[in-house]
Design a protein around this ligand. Structure first.
Ligand SMILES: *Cc1c(COP(=O)(O)O)cnc(C)c1O
Length: 374
């Protein structure tokens, strides 16, 4: 049996929509882009959505549009995908890491104020694994120190924090549509905001610095080609229409895992809270604190030998070679390091069946036993 870690949920409807676009002459900057943006803004509960060619591009433009530049500091989490810190480096800003909450694994608001300086411009918080950060607390701190709030909701489309949708929780938010996310456009991303100026700037920056209503060869500012094609947008529209269906399938898979794993005392299951609707991105468990990273890696290898694709999720950003060169080192963020060393992401996608989940859980239990005996 070979079980992948993630798999996109694509039906004939998506294939038809993409094929329809290919029968038209308009493959970029057309009606699908406008429709996808309109639907995304509506879904996210904001005024504007600007789609781009990746989540990373979306983060880059969010940083640019907020005018974060050389020497500016942005407070963020070291427990995330690398792009959420790299986007600050793209503009020569300084990512200032703050350790995470031991239960939610999101940035710990209690540790932020100590890291604020005159150069701090923004807080960039990640809704990790589809579980929104503590936005009420983040908003309070941002208000007190006059900081911008950036929400990296790349893993959280459809999630809710106290009844509010992920994507509407900061001043600017991003979604991502890589094939392992809840919905995909192949490659793609979006910026969401209520700020008209930010939206306009992002539209210009993704399209070579052009401006609406001006000529094709009139470039007002330094821009990029971060456009998302009509083909991708057509795919995105159908995926977005199917989002609730996809999320409920993923919720069901997560519940089956929870049920099968809840009795195993060596592992901690994903966090829950009545305030939060998690949008299931990955299913990540954590080994008890007496397990070492070497033991975790042995369990990963055992699962992989048995055809189960799995991974530690994530490796701390501050321990990546690039960030070590910037002066970060082991021991800087103890909770991130301790949790990261013990995580296991198990296969997770909408049509994963109970038979496979059962097999995965049995292998996991065997792997735990093997490691405990060695
Ligand atoms: C996936 C992801 C991104 C980047 O999205 P891409 O579309 O792969 O560029 C950014 N931040 C987080 C937290 C992500 O999980």
């Amino acid at each position: 049996m070979q079980i992948p870690l993630a798999k996109p949920d694509i039906t004939e409807k998506e294939i038809e929509a993409v094929s329809e676009v290919l029968h038209t002459p308009k493959l970029s900057l057309g009606p699908k882009l406008n429709e996808f943006e309109k639907r995304l803004a509506e879904y996210g509960g904001v005024k504007y959505a600007v789609v781009v060619n990746s989540g990373t591009s979306a983060l880059h433009l969010a940083i640019r549009a907020l005018n974060i530049g050389e020497g500016d500091e942005v407070i963020t989490t070291p427990f995330s995908f690398i792009a959420s810190a790299n986007c600050i480096l793209f503009e020569k800003g300084r990512p200032v890491f703050v350790d995470i909450d031991p239960l939610t694994w999101n940035i710990d608001p209690n540790l932020i104020e100590a890291k604020i300086t005159e150069r701090t411009k923004a807080i960039l918080a990640v809704d990790l694994f589809g579980y929104p950060a503590d936005w009420d607390r983040l908003r309070e701190i941002a208000k007190k120190y006059n900081l911008k709030l950036i929400e990296d909701a790349a893993e959280a489309i459809g999630a809710e924090y106290k009844g509010k949708k992920a994507g509407s929780l900061g001043d600017v938010a991003v979604f991502a549509f890589y094939p392992n996310k809840q919905i995909t456009t192949g490659e793609g991303g979006a910026i969401l905001t209520n700020d008209e100026r930010v939206a306009e700037l992002c539209r210009s920056l993704r399209n070579q610095g052009r401006e609406d209503g001006k000529g094709w060869f009139e470039h007002v500012r330094l821009g990029y080609n971060y456009r998302l094609s009509e083909i991708n947008c057509a795919l995105g529209i159908v995926q977005l229409k199917r989002l609730e269906e996809i999320l409920s399938k993923r919720e069901r898979i997560a519940q089956i895992y929870n049920k099968k794993l809840k009795e195993i005392e060596e592992i901690q299951l994903p966090q829950k809270s009545p305030d939060i609707r998690r949008s299931w991105f990955v299913y990540v468990i954590k080994l008890r604190d007496d397990f070492t990273m070497e033991q975790r890696d042995k369990i990963l290898k055992y699962l992989q030998r048995n055809g189960i694709e799995c991974r530690g999720y994530f490796a701390p950003i501050h321990l990546q070679p690039l960030y070590k060169k910037l002066g970060y080192s082991k021991g800087d963020f103890p909770l991130t390091e301790a949790i990261s060393a013990r995580t296991i992401a198990l296969p997770f996608y909408s049509d994963l069946d109970e038979e496979r989940i059962d097999y995965i859980c049995r292998c996991l239990i065997k792997g735990l036993k093997e490691v405990a005996q060695s």
